[in-house]
Design a protein around this ligand. Sequence first.
Ligand code: SAM
Length: 263
Amino acid sequence: MPIVARTAFGCSPSGSAGPDSSRLRHSDPVAADPRGVVLRPRPGAVRSSAPAPACLLRSHNEPVRSRPPRILRSRVRARRPVQPAMATLLEDYPPEGPVLDVGCGSGDLAIHLAESGVRAIGVDFVEEAISQAEEKRGALPATVAELLEFRVADALRPSAFGHALGAVVDSGFLHLFGPEECDAYAEDLARAIRPGGRLYLHEFAIDFEIPNVPREVTGAEVRARFTPERGWRILEVRSGEFLSQVAPMPTPAILACVERVVR
Ligand SMILES: C[S@@+](CC[C@H](N)C(=O)[O-])C[C@H]1O[C@@H](n2cnc3c(N)ncnc32)[C@H](O)[C@@H]1O
């Protein structure tokens, strides 16, 4: 059965696939923007029929009002800050490599990890997202670029990318899937992460009354999926926010760091 993820509504500023990206064509104006965002002009902003390019955004949802100079427009697609809540979790519980970034979008979290000196593999099933990630990788210093790899693939089976991963970062991925897919994904994470390795989660903590929008992930769900009996130890579950270019307000989020104890 084909895997159809929920829409990428609420994707992070670091970039991701568009609404129901498995079905959209890349020539589609929404799918063509692998961050999954439809940028709406604020009152008074310069109007355009096309979505604003990434270089017109200087922070999570703040359009820059004037056009950038030509030299900036010709540069590699702009990088975005990683989700602050995930960045803090990674600072508090530093990961060891190699790190797998599941549903990496256009790669900014994987790049952030490589810049901290950790080997990182970013996986997304949207080709356009990975080609943007590769474009960003090409603009990095060689010492960082050589720590990075991007692949177009299904990320629901992390063990396909290694059986001794130091960490898996899941920023807005688990919340795209229903219970059965999540069960199989969690079982496979246990095969992929080596003892002492860690899983980092950052998911919506709210259900929207809108079809095909990511679902709520609760602390209870995290604790039920990653139990000591299954070889996991919860280091922390905390509340946070998911920043988005689509939503006017930060979305309540849950974050967790879970350690693999036994295989
Ligand atoms: C909500 S976005 C998050 C993107 C990125 N991690 C971030 O925080 O900005 C979810 C991403 O998962 C990708 N995705 C969804 N299902 C996938 C699958 N089965 N395999 C690989 N990527 C998938 C989408 O293309 C999209 O880029």
